[in-house]
Design a protein around this ligand. Structure first.
Ligand SMILES: [Zn+2]
Length: 92
């Protein structure tokens, strides 16, 4: 598992800036492409990579399909675990 540098973009929910991605599928090391699922490390919400590798909110159909993928659930659980005590969560 390694990270990939992507064009700087913002999460469509919390506007967290990101310029790297990490593949969540075990044994996979592919770069994101248009239509790939993205999960924000700050708000843990699902987004979709656009043609320019920016982030957009998923359609209801894309969100439903993403939520059925075990890798998405595991990634969201890992993010929640790794960031449970993050500074941005103490503001709430
Ligand atoms: Zn976010």
């Amino acid at each position: 598992m390694r990270d990939h540098i992507i064009p700087e973009s913002k999460c469509p929910y919390c506007e967290h800036k990101m310029d790297r991605s990490l593949n969540a599928e075990v044994g996979q090391d592919c770069k994101p492409s248009p239509g790939s699922i993205s999960i924000c490390l700050r708000c843990n919400k699902i987004a979709i990579f656009t043609e320019g590798l920016q982030q957009r909110k998923p359609t209801p159909e894309e969100l439903e399909a993403a939520l059925k993928l075990p890798a998405v659930t595991l990634a969201q659980m890992a993010i929640a675990h790794a960031t449970w005590n993050a500074p941005w969560k103490k503001d709430k």
